[in-house]
Design a protein around this ligand. Structure first.
Ligand code: COI
Length: 349
């Protein structure tokens, strides 16, 4: 694929403090961009990261016709660059796009664009456990017309941001009783931009009460535990790891499915099944609830220190060899090329 490259004149890398990065605030020198019009994707380009002009009537601004992905690039001690399960990301991007009536992106635009971008901005990928380059591929409807129907023109763009941890500090959650993240037949499984915007207000209410995130429950009964903030959620009851099955309300998380596999490989019993608020509160009361943690590309695995539901509050115990710690390390060892990768998840670019 012929990608036109317009390099920056002067890199801004020397102005960045890589030891003190807030998630998603600093971007690399370049971005990949291509366009869809007249039924085809074209004009792949790498250009300096910066503002782009769109018609104020572009559908993305009015109807939220936008989907995205989250990935990371890692560098090992030999300066080789790796991605983690990129095939899953392109598949999910196109599944999300289909649900939002957007055109599928050919895989080569995704892979070739991303590979070239990573090599051009390679100095932004820092070595060292915990350092990574967060990759944000996204597709937006750019056609200038406010008819409430799918656009005929789109852009697919990849921007990259050097990253360390996603959550600074401890995370405690409120279990949702009123608001919902998604509903049956909705777009909860897709990485649709609006899924995240709809979380901001209920999350801000939780934050006013001193909690950082919300555990989302099903919209019908608010009894089934589904996701935590922007992450999938796992519960350790006794020594069994339990997580909800993915369905049209829950994101098919790549970190989620990798943790399930790693836990099974380690001989841990994993139950992928519906899990209720009542069950969790009972397990907590009996002292059987040992861990709750969220998983996602940005956060990797984030322990949840406590939760609140109605007037019930609970603090999780401090554990040695917590699953959250053990599986995070196993996963990162694979991602950073420090361990064998029996499932062939790591891809060198
Ligand atoms: C990710 O974990 O990559 C996500 O897409 C969540 C995002 C809100 C940071």
């Amino acid at each position: 694929m012929d990608i036109k490259i317009q390099p920056i004149e002067t890199s801004k890398i020397n102005s960045v403090d890589f030891s003190n990065l807030a998630f998603g605030h600093v971007f690399t020198d370049h971005m990949f961009i291509c366009s869809y019009a007249n039924g085809e994707w074209k004009n792949p380009e790498i250009v300096p990261y910066g503002p782009i002009a769109f018609e104020p009537s572009a559908r993305v601004f009015h109807y939220g016709q936008a989907v995205f992905e989250g990935m990371k690039a890692y560098k090992d001690d030999s300066d080789d660059i790796f991605l983690f399960r990129p095939d899953e990301s392109i598949k999910r991007l196109n599944k999300s796009a289909e649900r939002l009536a957007m055109p599928a992106l050919p895989e080569e635009f995704f892979y070739e664009g991303l590979k070239k971008l990573l090599h051009i901005d390679t100095s932004w990928i820092k070595k060292g456990f915990g350092n990574s380059l967060y990759i944000r591929p996204f597709m937006i409807a750019t056609e200038g017309a406010i008819a409430a129907s799918p656009a005929k023109e789109y852009k697919f763009i990849i921007i990259c941001s050097p990253a360390q941890s996603y959550y600074a500090g401890e995370v405690r959650v409120v279990i949702a009783e009123k608001y919902s993240r998604s509903a049956d037949g909705g777009v909860g499984f897709a990485k649709a931009a609006g899924n995240y915007a709809a979380q901001f207000y209920p999350t801000s209410l939780a934050q006013k009460e001193g909690y950082q995130q919300v555990i989302w429950t099903d919209a019908n009964t608010h009894e089934f535990l589904e996701e935590a903030g922007t992450m999938n959620v796992f519960f350790r009851i006794g020594d069994t790891l339990v997580t909800a099955p993915v369905n049209d309300r829950i994101l098919d998380g790549i970190t989620r499915k990798s943790i399930i596999q790693l836990a099974k490989d380690s001989g841990v019993t994993v139950e992928v099944r519906n899990i209720t608020v009542t069950e969790i509160k009972e397990a907590a009361t009996k002292g059987e609830l040992k861990e709750i943690f969220g998983s996602g590309t940005a956060a990797v695995i984030n322990p949840i220190k406590g939760f609140k539901h109605q007037d019930f509050t609970y603090e999780l115990p401090e554990l040695e060899n917590a699953y959250a710690t053990v599986f995070k390390e196993k996963l990162m060892n694979i991602q950073y090329n420090k361990d064998t990768d029996v499932h062939n998840w790591r891809v060198k670019v």
